[in-house]
Ligand binder design. Structure first.
Ligand code: HXC
Length: 255
């Protein structure tokens, strides 16, 4: 039976893990299912934003029982990174809506998203070192980039989970809401994003990624300038500016 669901409604896609008996711990099958659903999201022209949300618990990590007996080759085969990289590179904004536990590979999934929203009693962290391993699905790369080296090392070396408020202070999450409002808050933000110029959103996500990866700042600024100017060849730029001048809402056409 499928343990991952996808719905796409009014331009907002949502992927959820449904494995409550294991606090939504992620295994190979779940991540492979996610991979296929990502293709569906990418193919759907109406999708403007993707939310990852799972009821009660975001995900209590990768499935320890499935990993426990792995040898080195088995661990390589279990790795989530190819799918996680695909999420990070999706051409539409992604939001992690975090309820309950987001640990280990679960929190690494949240780190692949552009934005994180947490419920006030969420618990987030990287307990891998308590198991004799370290985060291996992008955590050692994405966490320092998100919160800086010192907080990243504190989180990863201690393995301690942090509260939503502490995560907010560190910059691990963008905002904290009441537990009951996590999905609604993510959906509200997704709907705001969905109203913006879709070509600009798609391009700016790519420009930000390339800028962060580009060691030469002048080159990064050149890339920004090139892509920015390219927007002036699009219908949506003409429509967006015309709508402003005519004092009406823009009708973007994603072209
Ligand atoms: C497998 C898990 C699990 C996990 C919970 N469960 N987390 N099963 N893998 N990561 C299962 C438990 O075995 C149990 O099932 C059921 O979910 C409920 O969990 P309890 O422990 O009874 O709940 P509770 O006492 O409330 O404690 C919650 C918890 C604890 C603090 C979150 O479950 C916990 O510490 N889980 C492990 C968290 C963790 O270390 N995650 C990182 C994994 S390593 P049964 O059937 O036994 O009752 C990782 C590496 C990523 O993520 C690398 C990517 C490839």
């Amino acid at each position: 039976m499928s343990q991952v669901t996808l719905k796409i409604e009014e331009g907002i896609a949502c992927i959820s893990v449904v494995r409550p008996e294991a606090l939504n711990a992620l295994n190979r099958e779940i991540v492979d299912e996610m991979d296929q659903l990502l293709d569906q999201v990418e193919k759907d022209d109406s999708a403007r934003c993707l939310i990852f949300y799972s009821e009660k618990n975001f995900a209590a990590g990768a499935d320890i029982k499935a990993m426990a007996e792995c040898d080195e080759e088995g661990a390589k085969a279990f790795a989530f990174s190819p799918v996680y990289n695909k999420i990070a590179d999706l051409p539409l904004p992604t939001i992690a809506a975090i309820e309950g536990y987001a640990l280990g590979g679960g929190m690494e999934l949240a780190m692949t998203c552009d934005i994180r929203i947490a419920g006030e009693s969420a618990k987030m962290g990287f307990p891998e070192v308590t198991l004799g391993i370290f985060p291996g699905a992008g955590g050692t790369i994405r966490v320092p980039r998100a919160v800086g080296e010192a907080f990243a090392k504190e989180l990863i070396f201690t393995g301690d989970a942090v509260s939503a408020q502490r995560a907010l202070q560190m910059g691990l999450v963008n905002r904290v809401t009441a537990d009951t409002d996590v999905y609604a808050e993510a959906e509200k933000m997704a709907k705001r994003i969905a109203k913006r110029g879709p070509v600009a959103i798609r391009m700016v996500k790519e420009v930000i990624r390339r800028g962060l990866e580009e060691p030469d700042q002048n080159r990064a600024i050149e890339i920004e300038a090139e892509q920015w100017a390219r927007l002036f060849t699009t219908y949506d730029q003409k429509e967006g500016m015309k709508a402003f001048i005519e004092k009406r809402k823009p009708r973007f056409e994603n072209r």
